[in-house]
Design a protein around this ligand. Structure first.
Ligand SMILES: [Zn+2]
Length: 135
């Protein structure tokens, strides 16, 4: 942007230095063109500043959005994990090693569950395969 301004200044100096006669048709046109160029240089400077401001603003919004997303997802995840831990028991299928989540209410009512992965019957009483056995 600085270069446009300096180029316009250079032309302005050139017109002054060449002693262009302002009373001639050519002189009038040169001065009009110079006037337009100066206006355009100024206008573009303003636009550039406005764009810079918008970019900074967008960056700030982007950052805030990222914080919000992190917070939301963290809370969702914690809530989800908390739910699982509270009402479900992790049981490892002895056949395929898949983790099966069993509703704790079901533990008191049933002696075994069917693995959804390999359809093996897993004995719930087998505490060796329970969720407390984490490595
Ligand atoms: Zn299985």
């Amino acid at each position: 942007m600085e270069s446009i301004r300096s180029k316009v200044s250079y032309i302005s100096g050139l017109i002054d230095g060449l002693k262009i006669d302002e009373s001639t048709n050519e002189g009038k046109i040169f001065l009009k063109i110079l006037d337009v160029l100066e206006s355009m240089a100024e206008e573009m400077e303003n636009m550039s500043e406005a764009q810079k401001y918008t970019e900074d603003y967008m960056d700030a919004i982007d950052e805030n959005l990222a914080y919000l997303q992190n917070d939301l997802y963290d809370e969702d995840y914690e809530a989800y994990r908390g739910d699982i831990d509270e009402s479900f028991e992790e049981i490892r299928c002895p056949n395929c090693n898949d983790i099966v989540y069993v509703d704790k209410d079901m533990l008191g009512q049933r002696e075994n569950v069917t693995c959804p992965n390999c359809h093996t019957n897993i004995s719930i009483g087998d505490t060796d395969a329970g969720g407390d056995n984490k490595k």
